[in-house]
Design a protein around this ligand. Structure first.
Ligand code: NAD
Ligand code: MG
Length: 342
């Protein structure tokens, strides 16, 4: 029998209580939704959810009674979770919600025909989604509809986005394909991969030339925040307004020597690997092999000399000790995702 749709608020099951899960669950509850948290008994975030006042049930129980099931576990465990726990338990005509389109877009999850399938992705880490909500603002959200069986899938996505605070900022429609491919490209080429490699190379260049590591750290990592804040507030134009003429001239003549046509050509290769599924295949194989390269690369980043220099310098910056880190991760690190999934 198909579920009766009424105008009452949808009940929501949040599966996973990490970066996104915690923020969504708390914001939705504060927005008046009936939220149940679904976690494996004894899992690493169960205590946190209980301490936040949620009744924690198993993912199967949570999925069985909700109108919307928000899948907020690590991407690599979602296919198995869907297959073994969500598909057999979700109600007829319920709504399956993701915060990243990876599994649906690359065909690892083929959702049941009767379900609405939507995506609501805040453009920021969970701690920021929560913090902005608490001060009465919101992080912009993008949403997408992959399957609309009820005729209300878009309305559900907008309701959920509003519930986590996104509607206070901006809500933009996308597709699973666009969200997945642009999200992966952004984090690989610019945000995480590009930015960290640029900082490390700049630091190494100065230190290898005999400059003090502390001075190099301030120049290429610490001050980056000031520049990114200007981009964020008013684009590149805002940065140009605030930096000296000398810095502007240096930007114009040297920026293109660092990021040149070859860099852009390689960005296109990275994008092509994302679009044709090569990146997804490699990542899944790496995950299934127990993350050998992932662990090696992660350790190399953690062992880079800039980390030790930074630790010492940050300890002397009082405001950093007081700050509530935006990226604080309540969950275990992704390096443990493999064991968690087991
Ligand atoms: P996370 O690693 O911070 O948290 C994962 C949670 O899932 C933890 O509570 C963990 O205990 C639980 N979990 C792990 N395996 C499980 C299983 N088999 N069954 C039930 N629970 C399990 O994850 P996250 O970074 O919040 O990512 C969640 C989703 O949000 C992903 O799809 C990710 O792509 C997306 N997303 C994340 C961000 C971000 O900034 N972290 C931003 C946008 C979208
Ligand atoms: Mg991402």
């Amino acid at each position: 029998m198909t579920q009766q749709h009424t105008d009452r608020q949808p009940t929501i099951a949040v599966i996973g209580y990490g970066s996104q899960g915690r923020a969504h669950a708390l914001n939705l509850r504060d927005s008046g939704f009936d939220v149940t948290v679904g976690l494996r008994p004894g899992g690493p975030t169960e205590q946190r959810a209980t301490a936040d006042g949620f009744t924690v049930v198993t993912p199967a129980e949570a999925a069985a009674k909700a109108d919307i099931v928000a899948v907020l576990t690590p991407d690599m465990v979602q296919a198995k979770l869907y297959e073994e726990v969500l598909a057999p338990n979700m109600r007829e005509g319920a709504c399956l919600l993701f915060a990243h389109g990876f599994n649906v877009h690359y065909g690892r999850i083929a959702p049941r025909e009767d379900l609405d399938v939507i995506l609501v992705a805040p453009k920021g880490p969970g701690a920021l989604v929560r913090r902005e909500y608490e001060i009465g603002r919101g992080v912009p959200c993008i949403f997408a509809v992959e399957q609309d069986r009820s005729g209300r899938a878009e309305a559900l996505a907008r309701t959920y986005a509003a519930g986590i605070g996104g509607a206070r900022a901006n809500v933009i429609r996308t597709t699973f394909k666009e969200e997945t491919e642009t999200d992966l490209f952004g984090e690989q080429a610019v945000l995480c991969g590009g930015a960290s490699a640029l900082v490390q190379a700049g630091y190494e260049t100065l230190v290898e030339a005999g400059y003090q590591p502390e001075i190099a750290y301030y120049e290429v990592l610490h001050e980056l925040k000031l520049i990114v804040d200007l981009f964020y507030e008013g684009g590149i134009g805002r940065m140009l307004e605030f930096i000296s003429e000398t810095a502007q001239y240096g930007d114009f003549v040297s920026g293109p020597r660092i990021i040149d046509a070859g860099t852009k050509a390689r960005m296109k290769e990275v994008l092509a690997d994302i679009q044709d599924g090569t990146f997804a295949r490699n990542w899944i194989a790496e995950y299934e092999a127990g993350l050998p390269n992932y662990k090696r690369h992660r350790q190399a980043d953690l062992d880079h000399p800039i980390e030790e220099t930074g630790r010492k310098l940050r300890a002397a910056m009082q405001w950093l000790q007081d700050a509530r880190p935006v990226a604080a991760k309540p969950a275990a690190s992704p390096a443990t995702a493999q064991t968690e999934a087991a």
